[in-house]
Design a binder for this molecule. Structure first.
Ligand code: FSX
Ligand code: SF4
Ligand code: F3S
Length: 538
């Protein structure tokens, strides 16, 4: 939305309020307003209007339900500064019903809740909801369970916010074996739910979203998991104060060692920052005191879906030995369907090219792709800057066999390649210190990896007109970093395939739109691949 659109929303409300006698005169602190505006990336030009509106507008009423959870979200909410909790409940919102904080209890609390349902209010839910047949959280004289309570209140709410990983995704209750049959609230409600995950989320992420609604009476812009983009749009690893150490291959070996104290990256002791989308390094916790990585533990991906099950041990990197679940990667297959027939996109396994037939029925190379494949030169190139020099040095120290192999196997001549096999071979040499004999070996490594989340590999995709270009020139640093950080060759093979696959998938979609044909594309089994694509005919 543009500034003018936000301005229009404020002016419209102000005009309506100026014509009523129902003004709710209060004082809104400019400093608090500025602080929230900063995090929401709202322009300061709107501050005066926003302050004027909030000072006379009726306070937004909140009903806050506690379902299956630990009350950590409320604890986080209570620690708010700028605005303080006092300002929140006296000047900005009216906390009509909140089981932890309200004075009423028993019969009176039920009466209170019923009376709020007659008014305009927004619903905040903390905690997962037990399935309908569990009778979980059956409380009070009316013997209403959590599921029924949620449905009843949600049906009257103007907007619904799932605060915490539990209400957003199920959280700890829904972790295997999920004895309470807990679900995310969005799984049982028809209405739109804004997810504010985190176990718990920061005070800013809770308040910012409620504030946004209170001010504009619309929901913030969300991603495909219904998370507000202003808070969850970026990977926290990219904002981390230890990122330069990650890039240099400097990792703490155990908690609290000298390396950790001196700012080394915590990936090797389990930090899941590269897989987590949240703004923790920026907003911090406990009145902006600290955040997990600054405190020395590393991120456990607490705001990601199913983090208890899917990210393995939270004090170890994601390698098979520390997996709780067994996902298996099915290999590398393109299942391609076009409106005309099934063979317009062809993977030539011998040269590892991907070809398609254009509208004139000519075969074109789908993957415009070339890269320097001499690893000796690649390492020299990486070592040209300070971080890269340290990374190569650490790689040489920890993976001496691989490093020495590269120095003797490659000469000093540049070799530009444009096939996937050479790319896989380069990654294989970096991780194993020997040459890949058969493409199947690389696929087999990826296939046995037990996690479904892949480490980012810095592969860039450039799309223009009918051309697709994949740039892997920066991706060779990644296996060096991840190896020093404790990942193994399975994890690295899987990540390369996964990152490549995602980019190819995007590229195919783009191409199919441009060529006015439709392509579907997914991972699958290697053997099937050969039967789908008749490689001999190429
Ligand atoms: Fe606890 Fe909230 Fe975790 Fe869940 O935060 S901190 S278990 S997200 O619902 O109370
Ligand atoms: Fe920071 Fe963790 Fe990323 Fe290391 S892995 S840079 S500690 S977020
Ligand atoms: Fe949670 Fe990781 Fe932030 S553990 S609090 S998402 S740093």
């Amino acid at each position: 939305m543009k500034i003018q659109d936000f301005e229009t929303l404020l002016i419209k409300q102000l005009e309506e309020l100026r014509n009523t006698t129902l003004k709710d005169k209060k004082h809104i602190r400019e400093e608090s307003l500025k602080n929230i505006f900063k995090y929401l990336s709202l322009p300061n030009e709107l501050l005066v209007l926003a302050q004027e509106l909030l000072e006379i507008a009726p306070k937004t009423k909140i009903v806050w339900l506690h379902l299956c959870e630990c009350t950590g979200c409320t604890e986080s909410f209570l620690r708010s500064v700028n605005p303080s909790f006092d300002e929140l409940i006296f000047d900005l919102f009216s906390l009509e019903y909140h089981e932890t904080l309200m004075a009423a209890d028993g019969f009176y609390s039920e009466e209170l809740l019923d009376s709020v349902l007659e008014k305009d209010f927004i619903l905040v839910v903390e905690g997962a909801v037990g399935a309908i047949d569990t009778y979980f959280l059956t409380l009070g004289a009316k013997a209403c369970n959590g599921f029924e309570l949620l449905q009843k209140i949600a049906s009257k709410a103007q907007a619904i916010f799932a605060v915490g990983t539990c209400s957003s995704y199920g959280g700890i209750q829904a972790a295997q074996p999920n004895p309470s049959k807990s679900l995310a609230i969005s799984e049982v409600l028809m209405q739109k739910v804004v997810n504010i995950p985190g176990c718990p989320p920061s005070d800013i992420n809770i308040i910012g979203n409620l504030f946004f609604y209170a001010l504009f009476k619309i929901l913030p812009q969300c991603d495909e998991q219904n998370r507000p983009i202003w808070a969850y749009g970026k990977c926290l690893h990219d904002m981390c104060e230890r990122k330069a150490r990650f890039e240099s291959g400097i990792f703490a070996q155990e908690f609290g060692d000298d390396l950790a104290k001196n700012g080394a990256c915590l990936f090797k002791v389990g930090c899941k920052g590269p897989y987590t989308y949240n703004n923790c390094p920026k907003v911090k916790f406990n009145s902006k005191t600290s955040w997990p990585v600054a405190a020395g533990h590393g991120c456990i991906a607490c705001s990601e879906k199913d983090f208890w099950d899917d990210f393995g041990s939270y004090e170890k990197p994601m390698i098979n030995a520390f997996a709780y679940k067994n996902f298996s990667f099915e290999g590398f297959k393109f299942r391609v369907k076009t409106q005309k027939d099934d063979k317009d996109i062809i993977l030539n396994f011998e040269s590892m090219q991907i070809l398609y037939k254009n509208t004139q029925n000519e075969l074109c190379n789908f993957l415009n792709f070339d890269f320097e494949s001499n690893l000796k030169l690649i390492l020299q190139n990486i070592a040209k800057n300070k971080l890269g020099a340290s990374l190569v040095q650490n790689y040489q120290k920890e993976f001496t066999k691989n490093y020495d192999f590269i120095q003797t196997y490659f000469d000093d001549n540049s070799v530009i390649c444009s096939d996937l096999y050479t790319l896989f071979n380069s990654f294989y040499i970096l991780t194993q210190g020997e040459v890949l004999k058969d493409i199947k070996e690389f696929l087999a490594l990826a296939k046995v990896y037990k996690f479904k989340h892949a480490s980012p590999m810095d592969i860039k995709l450039n799309l223009s007109e009918n051309e697709v270009k994949i740039d892997v020139s920066k991706s060779f640093r990644m296996p060096l970093i991840y190896l020093c950080g404790g990942l193994d060759s399975q994890a690295i093979a899987f990540s390369l395939m996964n990152n490549l696959g995602k980019n190819l998938s995007k590229a195919l979609k783009f191409l199919s739109q441009n060529l006015n044909q439709s392509y579907a594309f997914e991972f699958g089994n290697y053997e099937e691949l050969k039967s789908i694509f008749n490689t001999e005919n190429l």
